[in-house]
Write a protein that binds this ligand. Structure first.
Ligand code: NAD
Length: 473
């Protein structure tokens, strides 16, 4: 009997959809179709593929409100975020990759040996198996699909089984935009069944995964059996370093927005604020006050700042972290037991650097604040994590800013801000946050293989170098 997956709106408990769970056989069928379709799609000119992606961008804009509502309902995230970040960000990403893929070129073609002309081609990798998380379903699908499609690959994508609805709708819009049949398939299924079948399938040339570090490791192990190319965008635990010359007002507002975006369920969210001693008390009090003014409630109300988390289970998991931090001696501001999937903004003050709440990904509206004395200490504490996705430094001193951008070990360092992203610039981590880049022209490199073509330019039957191997004849 076919297993049904239920998509439930976490804020309301409403059942939004029931969908059959993809099986290993469904993966096999989708990959087979993708392999066939990729041959023709990969042979199209970049301009043709760009035209499809530009139509996708236009269709996303035309269906912006519908997409935003669906994203808000399936995730519980505030409608303002869906309208102003998720949907326009995805449309912009499609438009960016339409243009950027047409500007791709190899390095110089030249005679590196007198008798040969060398050139570089960038060929599609083939069929990409993509796996996406639940926190930004639409944007993550876009980040995975657009650079891969723009460079002539076919994609079989598995969204998180609890948030598949906007990815399914995006695939319909891609078909409407003229993407040929089979080039993109969305498989709604669980990680252990459909996810593992996809990663392990011999017809998948590359795996592009965004999700937790634990599952990322499993994915890399499975992919290593082939082996096949792997791109991993994993967890984060971003530090937020406030030096004593910082604009305190800006840092406090930055911390609230950076910690609470998407209910804190953001891999780059500010999670650990390290504040230099002279500003520490004022920062703690100021952020606590601002947290107290955050409007938590109905995600569909445009006045809401903080919606629900992705599920009741996630809210309880977050609360577990907070309770254990309290037991271990940290001072908690906020942090009452969740109501359903709603968890209030919570400040954890003065936890130990080696405490669980400082080291592990909480993925909720929780900010830890800790003091530091010297600049050396602040940067060392910020880097004292297994993750390396993002970090920010707050200072008005150009030399401190320069040092922080050099020394913070992360794929992205913001100066006097935290969170903004642009399609033109890469997103991706170091250390346990993974490897490879989403967005930007670097993503085009992920989804293409560099091929060296070396052509004899002498036309001679006996090449000069043959003598080295075969002197006679
Ligand atoms: P998750 O790792 O639980 O799941 C991610 C995806 O992997 C889902 O589609 C899931 O079904 C699938 N999956 C689960 N087990 C699998 C298996 N054994 N084989 C193959 N696929 C499997 O992550 P999540 O809870 O959905 O998302 C939150 C995590 O994602 C956080 O750790 C967050 O930091 C991370 N994230 C990272 C980025 C980034 O760009 N680095 C962006 C967004 C989210």
């Amino acid at each position: 009997m076919t297993e049904l997956l239920t998509v439930t709106g976490p804020a309301t408990g409403d059942v939004l959809a029931e969908l059959p769970a993809a099986t290993a056989a469904d993966v096999d069928t989708a990959v087979g179709r993708a392999r066939k379709a990729q041959r023709e799609w990969g042979a199209t000119a970049p301009g043709e593929r760009a035209a499809v992606l530009l139509r996708v961008a236009a269709l996303i804009e035309a269906h912006a409100e519908e997409l935003a509502l669906t994203e808000t309902r399936q995730c519980g995230k505030p409608i303002r975020l869906s309208r102003e970040f998720d949907v326009p960000g995805t449309a912009d990403n499609a438009a960016f990759f339409a243009g950027a893929s047409r500007a791709m070129e190899g390095k110089a073609a030249a005679e590196y040996s007198a008798d040969h002309t060398s050139a570089i081609r960038r060929d599609p990798v083939g069929v990409v198996g993509s796996i996406a998380p639940w926190n930004y379903p639409l944007q993550m699908a876009g980040w995975k699909l657009f650079p891969a499609l723009a460079t002539g690959n076919a994609v079989v994508i598995k969204p998180a089984e609890i948030t598949p609805l906007t990815t399914l709708r995006l695939a319909e819009l891609c078909a409407e935009a003229g993407l040929p049949d089979g080039v993109l398939t969305v498989l709604v299924g669980t990680g252990p069944v459909a996810g593992e079948a996809l990663v392990s399938h011999p017809g998948i040339d590359m795996v592009s995964f965004t999700g937790s570090t634990a599952v990322g490791k499993r994915v890399a192990q499975l992919a290593a059996q082939a082996p096949k190319r792997v791109h991993l965008e994993l967890g984060g635990k971003a530090p937020f370093v406030v030096f004593d010359d910082a604009d305190l007002e800006a840092a406090m507002h930055g911390a609230v927005a950076g910690a609470l975006i998407n209910g804190g369920q953001d891999c780059t969210a500010a999670t650990r604020a390290y504040v230099q001693r002279p500003l520490y008390d004022a920062f703690v009090d100021g952020v606590a006050d601002l947290f107290g003014t955050v409007r938590m409630g109905d995600p569909e109300d445009p006045a809401t700042d903080l919606g629900s988390l992705i599920s009741r289970a996630q809210a309880e998991r977050v609360h577990g972290f907070v309770s254990r931090a309290a037991t271990a001696g940290a001072r908690i501001v906020g942090g009452r037991a969740p109501e359903g999937a709603f968890h209030e903004p919570t400040l954890v003050v003065g936890a130990a650097q080696d405490a669980e709440i400082v080291r592990d990904e909480v993925f909720g509206p929780v900010l830890v604040v800790l003091p530091f004395d010297s600049d050396d200490d602040g940067l060392a504490l910020a880097n004292d994590t297994r993750y390396g996705l993002a970090a920010s430094a707050w200072t008005r001193d150009v030399y401190r800013a320069g040092r922080a951008s050099r020394e913070l070990a992360a794929g992205c360092v913001w100066i006097n801000d935290h969170i903004p992203i642009v399609s033109e610039m890469p997103h991706g981590g170091v250390k346990a946050s993974g490897y490879g880049k989403d967005m930007s022209s670097y993503a085009l490199e992920e989804y293409t293989s560099v091929k060296h073509v070396m052509s004899d330019n002498t036309g001679e039957a006996r090449k000069s170098w043959h003598r080295t191997v075969f002197a006679g004849g």
